[in-house]
Design a protein around this ligand. Structure first.
Ligand code: UN1
Length: 520
């Protein structure tokens, strides 16, 4: 049994004991789904929150058909008008910030402040996408031919598939759907099976806006497993773009399947993010950043700090400071304000963490702090751990991998060039940081010989990016970019237009192609 606070939270968000797992977005857009039931359990105590009847293959077909016809209407709406709708969506999300944030805490196990922050990220991207709806700029070019004009324009793409992970069950949907919505597309959202209720709540929150603007079929949800929903989406020629967030192995499967039908994919996969700490760094700031980066969200962000590359001269001092800060972390029920670290998503994540620690020690690492499982009274069904710090070498096979847990590897270096080599010597390339007071070190880190990641920060940790920049990474992180800057371009198709307003037909490159005049 749930306490009354949770019962009324679920009620306010329109979540019942059993919920259909597919909607075309309107208040009455919910389908009578016929797939297998899925129980969403809270990682806080392992207890069930509510049930979802997942979408079957037929349900998927019904939603996708509806989305295609909705797209053909929506694409004809002027972009600034679409922006107005996104603005309204931002407003309703802001109004439900507290409730939706709490549901994220309940279903994903994030602490309250991070759950609220995630909804703020949605509100922020809605504002960005609203402005963007008036700025889908194309260029004009000077034609090489007389009396010709050339320009490029951007058209909506069609149906966009959005496959997301449990750790940002709401914000990642919004980065995609709200920016892509301003671009004029329709969306099929397939959330992680660990966080279906958050997805249902989002649909309920935006449904009145969908009704008011008569855009049923633009923001669709289909909850289902890989076989029923995931794979059919990847192979569906009606979906020109699949945006997927998750592990590198999942991304490989997505990339291969989508590429085989020459579709586009936008991948946001594993990270192995490091902070370089130079001898002149402000150690208090650097250790705060390491703490938030490695322990925040229980180490379950793709931007989480996984490696600290610290100068050997300051290593003992930095280590002491960091361990003292780790000791002050309150681990427990994320619903309580004082908690800074909640549970891992499930028991499997706990096993993966224990395995990784064992491997690290087997490969030569030294455990400096934590790593044990905690049994918390009343929360025995949740997976709580003490975050771990392990002294390691960068080349250990386990250090080369992303383990989605709060394990921080401490690696020492003796000069900046060596630090940069170590930094880049992993298969992933999402986020990176340096702490230094030196302009030389900072600029070297940001130069071509520096960080090879999609995100590079100076005197800021690796996680917690703002929405205004393009978010994503290189190498095995998959190369995709979402959210701000010009990330919108992936959701549109570019068209180069050339207009001849003269009375002749000159060919490009000076080619002549005319029968000679004296032919009969
Ligand atoms: C993710 O972990 O998938 O930069 C996204 C950050 C957040 C987004 C993380 N704004 O940490």
């Amino acid at each position: 049994m749930r306490d009354s606070r949770i019962t009324s939270l679920l009620q306010r968000l329109g979540i019942k004991e059993t919920n259909p797992g597919a909607t075309t977005g309107a208040v009455n857009g919910w389908l009578n789904t016929s797939g297998t039931p899925l129980v969403s359990c809270s990682p806080i105590d392992g207890k069930p929150i509510a049930r979802v009847i997942q979408a079957s293959r037929q349900d998927y077909e019904a939603v996708a058909d509806r989305a295609v016809s909705a797209f053909h209407r929506f694409k004809m709406m002027p972009a600034p008008m679409r922006g107005e709708i996104i603005q309204e969506i931002g407003r309703v999300l802001a109004r439900h910030k507290e409730d939706l944030g709490l549901l994220i805490t309940l279903e994903a196990g994030k602490i309250i402040s991070e759950g609220q922050g995630e909804v703020q990220e949605m509100v922020d991207i809605a504002g960005f996408a609203t402005g963007l709806s008036r700025q889908l700029y194309g260029r004009t070019m000077h034609s090489e031919r007389p009396a010709h004009r050339m320009y490029e324009q951007w058209h909506p793409l069609g149906l966009v598939g959005i496959i997301t992970a449990f750790n940002f069950p709401a914000a990642v949907w919004s980065w995609n759907a709200l920016v892509s919505g301003a671009c004029g597309n329709a969306h099929l959202f397939k959330p992680s099976s660990s966080t279906p209720l958050t997805a249902i709540a989002i649909q309920n929150i935006i449904a009145p806006v969908v009704d008011r603007y008569d855009i049923d079929g633009i923001f669709n949800l289909v909850i289902g497993d890989r076989n029923e929903i995931g794979n059919p989406m990847l192979s569906d020629p009606r979906i020109p773009l699949i945006s997927a967030t998750g592990s590198t192995s999942m991304g490989r499967h997505v990339a291969r399947t989508v590429a085989s039908r020459l579709g586009r994919s936008l991948l946001e996969l594993g990270g192995n993010n490091a902070i370089i700490i130079e001898p002149d760094a402000d150690l208090d700031m650097a250790s705060d950043a390491a703490l938030f980066g490695a322990v925040g969200t229980a180490g379950q962000r793709c931007t989480s700090t996984r490696r600290i590359i610290v100068h050997k001269g300051i290593k003992p001092q930095f280590c002491d400071l960091l361990i003292r800060k780790y000791q002050q972390i309150t681990i427990g029920n994320p619903m309580e304000e004082k908690t800074l670290m909640g549970p891992l998503i499930d028991q499997g994540a706990g096993t993966a963490m224990a395995d990784a620690i064992r491997e690290a020690l087997g490969q030569g690492g030294t455990l400096l702090y934590g790593g044990d499982r905690l049994t918390l009274k009343g929360l025995e069904g949740g997976c709580y751990v003490k975050p771990a710090i392990i002294e390691a070498r960068n080349h250990y096979p386990i250090v080369q991998q992303e383990t989605f847990a709060p394990i921080l590897y401490l690696i020492e270096y003796s000069d900046l060039d060596q630090a940069l080599v170590l930094h880049n010597d992993v298969p992933q390339g999402l986020s990176s940081a340096i702490f230094t007071g030196s302009m030389h070190a900072q600029e070297t880190f940001l130069s071509h010989k520096g960080s090879d990641c999609g995100i590079a920060n100076v005197n800021i940790g690796t996680s917690g990016a703002e929405i205004g920049g393009a978010f994503g990474g290189e190498k095995e992180t998959g190369g995709g970019r979402e959210a701000g800057s010009d990330a919108w371009k992936i959701y549109m198709r570019r068209q180069t237009c050339t207009i001849n307003w003269g009375r002749d037909l000159p060919l490009a490159q000076g080619v002549r192609f005319k029968p000679s005049a004296d032919l009969p």
